[in-house]
Every structure is written in C-alpha cells, then in structure tokens.
Design a binder for this molecule. Sequence first.
Ligand code: IPM
Ligand code: MG
Length: 358
Amino acid sequence: MAYQIAVMAGDGIGTEVIAEAIKVLRKAADRFGLQVELREGLVGGVAYERRGHPLPPETLKLARESQAILFGAVGGGQWDHLPLHLRPEAAILGLRKELGLFANLRPCTTHPSLLGRSPLRSEVIGSGIDLIVVRELTGGLYFGQPKGAQVYDGADRVVDTLAYTDEEITRILRLAFDLALTRKGRLCSVDKANVLATGRRWRELATAIGSHEYPSVDLSHLYVDNCAMQLVINPAQFDVVVTENTFGDILSDISAVLPGSIGLLPSASVGAEGVALYEPVHGSAPDIAGQNKANPLATILCVAMMLQHSFGHQEAAHAVEAAVARVLDAGYRTGDLHQPGCELVGTDRMGDLVANAI
Ligand code: IPM
Ligand code: MG
C-alpha cells in the first residue's frame, strides 16, 4: 500500500523548497522500494486568493485522508491587512487544531562543517549541540478563550487567554519524557512558575510525572527567561526541552539559528495518532521568493523526519540525513550559509545534489 502524503507548498519560498524535498523523497522512495502517493492542497495566502480562505475545506479533507503532510510555508505582507481568521497563518493554526497536533518537535543539531557559521563564538558552540524543543501546540495563548475585543470595567480592551487543562499539560510532558528516554535521558521543563498560575501547575505536574513515571530521566526546570539566556550562553547543556505554546514559539526560533541558519531546521507536529505534519522552521521569506535562493535543506530534512516518524523507515531517513551531510561536507552552500571557499548553489541545484547523494 502506498503512503498517502498531502503536499501543501503555500506561499513565498514554500513552493521552491517543497519541489526539492519532493525530488529527494522520490529518490529515497525509489532507492528503498517505498510507494508514495502525493496529493497537493492549497494553503495560506494563495488559498485565500483562489478559494477565499487560507484553509479551504477540501484541503482539510485531504489532510484528514493522509498519513503525513509536507508543509512549506505561509504568509506574506500583502495579506497583513486581513482579519486574523483569514490571514495565511490561520491555515497552519487550523491544521494543528483540527488534526489534534498537540506536539511540535523541533530538533536542533549542528553540522560539523557548519560550526563556524553559528552566530555563537566557537568556544560557546564548542563541538556542537544536539537538542530538541518539544513545544505544546494546540493550547495556551494561541487558542485560549476568550480572545479578542471586549469591554471590561467600562473600558475597551483586547484579551488573549493563557489556559491549560491538566490533560493538555500531562500529554505533552509524557511525550517529552518518552523522547528523553530515547536520547540522553535529560529533560528540561520550561515555565514561568514564579509569575503564572499555568506555570506553577506545569511545574507541579512535571515534577509528579517525573518522580512517579520516569525516575530514570534527569528532570530539571528553568524559567523561560533564564532558558532563553542559557540557550545562547551554554546550549550544549540541553537534551530535550519541553514548554508551552508561546514560550516554545520563541525558544525554538532562538535555538533554530544556533546551527548557522534557520534554513536548516525541520519540524514535526504530531498528535495522539494518525496524520503528522512536517514543516521547515523558517517561514515564507517573501524577500527571496522566486529567486532560486532559498535553502531547501530544512524541508529536505522534514522528509527524513517523515520517513522516520510517520513511516518507521529508519534506513531511508538516515540515508536522507547522510546525503545532506555529504553535500554540506563537499562544500556546497545556498546563500544563507555561503562562505569563501564554498560553492554557492541555488535552491534547485541543492535539491539535485542531495537527491544524487542518496
Ligand atoms: C511557527 C510560526 C507560527 C506560530 C506562525 C506562522 C503562526 O511562527 O510555527 O513557529 O506562531 O506557531
Ligand atoms: Mg514561530
């Protein structure tokens, strides 16, 4: 039976990086005898233009019928004036919520030949980092009710609500503990327990689950402001980091630049079962869209994550990762990572190189 994959390229550089990822996916599928069936869905600004909504019903239906979604990027200045529910970003938020994708996994690893490209000094980045941010994705400020304009005490105001049920907190914590067991066994739970009620509860539950269910995991806690600082002064201390939605949004962007470019980082959004969504951490980058300049490696590494997590094909996943490593070791770079002595290549050439290296 063929694996059903929905392809949602979206806006900006989304179409360019997705095209390269598909090249690599097809090559890996050929090489390892996997059957894949790709079906395209409209999302984001382009979906708004053609269908009047950033997440049209037929796209949501396609998502529900698929085992995995390969997602590019959404957004662009021309849609900034739209109300929140029609902005391109509503597409990704809608998919997360509708599909129950409550956990966002953002691995952040340095590649040896790119250590010099890290914004951190060499003595700080050391021999490299290998951490993963586990971000709660369907709760907190993003979705809490009430949301929007209201009148309070006679004054007009706007409100976002930070709310979490125990169930929402415990399921993401358990997922992070489980992940820590497959890695170095260290979990850092990040909250704002010194100020926020949700943070206090988060810490209580993390402590209880840790001691009762995962005594072998080395659990620590950090306040989110301190964690942001630690990520840039001593990132090597981290293995798995787990946190709520908004904190995870911010911390995962900080961690994403440490390896040298946000153009390298893939992510997976997963739920209790069923479909998972894979998207590069970078956005739609309208400033370089359509110029064959974007780095497709983040999206190509999404293919590796998909092969591993959705289809359980470790070997194929490793082959994609190894191909990326080989191309970087050989000195090929897109503009975001270019340095003297390396060969500057465009988006499509980078995709070809990786596909050929499989
Ligand atoms: C991300 C993005 C999204 C978010 C935007 C595009 C809605 O920043 O995936 O991190 O805030 O979650
Ligand atoms: Mg973000």
